[in-house]
Structure formats: C-alpha cells, structure tokens
Write a protein that binds this ligand. Structure first.
Ligand code: ATP
Length: 426
C-alpha cells in the first residue's frame, strides 16, 4: 500500500465561455470553497476559463504543480464546445473510453422521459482511463475522480443543482478520507470608528506573533462603509484546537480595539445593538431627518426587533420637526436644523411621543447641495437620549449622498451601542 499524500490545498477551475461574459458569474466555486474549507482544504486560487482546450490544459498543468487537488466545474456537456473531459485526458496522458454502464444509464434517463438518447450524448459516457465515476443524480454528465502523481483531479458538471449534491455527498466522503485531519477555523472581529489604515496599524503587532506560533493564524482585513472586519483563519490539528486559537486571537483583537470592536461572532452592528437593548429591557424610537428612515430600516432588519423597536418619525422639514417632535421653532432659528441642540430636541421629542426609554435624534446634510463653510455637506448631529441623560455628537462624513446617509446610520447605531455599554446595565 502506498502512503497517500494528504490533501491540504486546492485550485478551482470554472470552465465555460459564458462565465467570461459580463452577465454570468461563477458561483460554483463559492459553494465548492465552502465545502473544501469544512474539510480543512484551503483554496489557493480559482480561475475562470473559456471553452478552450489549450487554455484549460495549461491552467490544469500549472495548478497540478502547486496544489494537492484541482476541482474543475462545467464543460462536461455533450457538445463540441464542452472540452473539460478531453483537455484533462490529454493533459494527464489518458485515453478516453466509453463506459457501457454510463451509456445504459443515460439511455434509461431519456427513456423515462419517453425520449431516445441523441447520439452526441454518448460523449458524456467517455471516461479517461483510471478515472472513478461520481454519479450525478440530477443530470446526464457524471463527475469524475482521477489521481495523478499524488494529486487528485475532480471534474464536476456545471449546473449548480447537479454539482451541489455531488459535492455534499460522494465527493466530500472521498475527500474526507484523504485530508490530513487538520481543520480550518475562521472567525471575524468587526471594528468601527477607525479608518482602515489606523485599524491595520493597531493590529499589526499581533500579526508577527500569530505568524510565528505553532499553528499560524492568518488575518485579512475587509473594509466596508463604517466597519473594518478582521477575518482570522487558523489551520489546526482538530476543531477544538482551532476554536481555542481563534478565541485567543479574537480576545487579542478585542484588547487592541476595546470598545471599538463591536462584534466578534459574525453579528452585524444592528444585531449587536438589538441584543443590548433586549438584554437591558429597553425600548427605542428614532427621529430621522437626512437619513429618511434608513436608521429605522436597519434597526428593523433584525429578526425579533419588535421586542425593542417602538416607532420612528421621519421629520424632514423644519415644520415637521416642530409639529411631530415638538422642536421649538426658536431653537431651529437660533442653531439651524442641523445642530446639536436640534438633534437633542428630536431625540427627547421622539422619546416622549413614542413613550420609549431611549430616543435617537439624527439631523444632517446629505448633499450634494446645502452645505455652508461652517456646516459642510456631510455634517451630521446625532443625539441619544435615555434614562441616563442625553448625549449628542457632531461628525463630518465624506462621500456621496447614499454614503453619507449610510455612515449617519452607522454612527447612530454605534452611539446607541456605546451609550448602552456605558449606562445601560441594570
Ligand atoms: P451540461 O451537462 O448541463 O451541459 P456542463 O458540465 O457542460 O453541464 P456547462 O454547460 O458548462 O456545464 O454549464 C451548464 C449550466 O450550468 C450553465 O448554463 C450555467 O448556467 C451553469 N454553470 C456552469 N458553470 C457554472 C459556475 N461555475 N457557476 C454557476 N453556474 C454555472
């Protein structure tokens, strides 16, 4: 018995000229990546290639020089432009032979629908010598498993509904028997109120430490509007070790970022805020001007938010701020609609109107017009009013109208979160 080399790394090659058009996207590789990761196999690269034998052969050879497993999807159809089978056989120096059992099975599939199998379909019964067949319960093209110089090459049909059950079933079983037993564990710590470069700078000392430990932790940052996400991945001997190392890494990131780290379990900011409101038994209402209801929309994106969200008022005009929230016209005249006193009056106004314990007031200039030298576009005042008193802050965001609206809601949720952390325990 030859000792087989454990499978740790993979390349995915998605085949199909339609995947190179501007309208069609390769989703198979996302699904395959997820399943491979569960088995502890890291995907080193993925490629989309058109229906070209030469290109496919070159990419396959290149991949075989680098990784333990190559998964190819698509291009197993019956027509001439389906080249995967031929290209793989040629690249590995295998001959193709017709598999009688497959031909019969395909004929039966057609017969069940009262059809005769077209002659070209026999192409799909061509199997490279030495290949194992991975049955396809939902289509005609079978999957193929080949071994070559301690590498494994897997061919799967393109249609997701055919590929998915094959990956979840037989392919996962076959791979599970060939992996090292090591597991990949991943986690994410989300940080707000920092720029990407500041966050990166703060986290960098951890990286060197993580790189040098027995099971190294890899970190990548993903910046999205209003949030910097630190994704940490570790390959470890088993799931428990992986979970423990990830816990440590998450704890270290939390130590670095303190209160700015708002989530370490995949929850969004609105979910975290929801949990804090729920835990303290608080109810909340929001008065919004420039965000036009986006804050309420995000608060209510969370399933179960009816437990703590009472109502929201969009008071866009000055008159509405007075009529609906009781903001005195004199206050608006003295400070302007976008000001801390008005934001505070909106927060206490909505709190009183809704009868909630917490009220949020948000007023700003989303642009592109309406800015002044003292209050440029992007100026946003946010107030959080609660049993602990009112807190109000002004920020100046940059970006287009949609971004300023989003940043404003992010800041409001974050202000609420911090207020609850500091004062909300009971
Ligand atoms: P068939 O036997 O159905 O011809 P095939 O293996 O030849 O299967 P393709 O012809 O390449 O597969 O693709 C069939 C369909 O599957 C395409 O129309 C496309 O919608 C879908 N598909 C193919 N590859 C992918 C991919 N990587 N991600 C998502 N969908 C895909």
């Amino acid at each position: 018995v030859t000792r087989t080399h454990p499978i740790r790394t993979a390349v995915i090659i998605a085949v199909g000229s339609e995947l190179l058009t501007p309208t069609k996207i390769d989703t198979n590789s996302l699904f395959v990546t997820e399943r491979l990761n569960v088995l502890g196999i890291s995907v080193r690269a993925k490629v989309v290639v058109g229906d070209s034998r030469d290109d496919l052969q070159t990419l396959l050879m290149e991949a075989l020089g680098r990784v333990d497993l190559v998964v190819l999807t698509g291009g197993l159809g019956p027509t001439d432009d389906d080249v995967t089978r031929d290209a793989v056989a040629a690249a590995l120096g295998r001959t193709l032979h017709e598999d009688e059992a497959l031909v019969e099975r395909m004929q039966q599939r057609f017969a069940r629908r009262g059809l005769e199998m077209p002659a070209i379909n026999t192409r799909q019964a061509l199997v490279p010598s030495g290949a194992d067949i991975i049955p396809n319960a939902n289509g005609t093209a079978p999957g193929l498993w080949l071994e070559h110089d301690h590498r494994v090459i897997v061919l799967l049909p393109g249609p997701p509904r055919e590929l998915k059950p094959m990956v979840e079933g037989e392919l996962s079983e076959r791979l599970a028997a060939r992996v090292s037993g090591e597991r990949l564990s991943t986690g994410v710590v989300r940080v707000t109120a920092r720029t990407e470069s500041h966050a990166e700078e703060a986290a960098r000392p951890l990286y060197a430490h993580w790189r040098d430990q027995g099971w190294p932790i890899e970190a990548t940052t993903l910046a999205s509007p209003g949030s910097i996400d630190f994704h940490v991945t570790v390959r470890a001997a088993d799931e428990e070790t992986g979970a423990r190392l990830l816990d440590e890494a998450r704890g270290q990131l939390r130590d670095v970022f303190g209160e700015d780290a708002y989530s370490d379990d995949g929850r969004s900011l609105e979910q975290v805020v929801g949990s804090l409101l729920g835990a303290g038994g608080y109810t909340v209402a929001a008065a919004e001007s420039c965000t036009g209801g986006l804050l309420m929309s995000r608060l209510t994106d969370v399933a179960g938010s009816s437990a703590y969200v009472a109502s929201g008022i969009v008071a866009y005009s000055n008159e509405a701020k007075t009529a609906l929230l009781g903001v005195p016209p004199a206050l608006i005249a003295a400070h302007g609609a976008v000001s801390e006193p008005v934001a505070a009056a909106m927060a206490s106004g909505v709190r009183a109107a809704a009868g909630t314990e917490v009220g949020i007031g948000l007023t700003g200039i989303a642009g592109p017009s309406g800015g002044t030298p003292e209050k440029p576009v992007g100026t946003v005042a946010i107030a959080v009013d609660g049993p602990w008193g009112v807190e109000v802050r002004t920020r100046v965001f940059t970006g287009d109208r949609a971004m300023i609206k989003f940043f404003s809601t992010q800041a409001a949720l974050d202000d609420l979160r911090r207020a609850l952390l500091r004062h909300g325990a009971r």
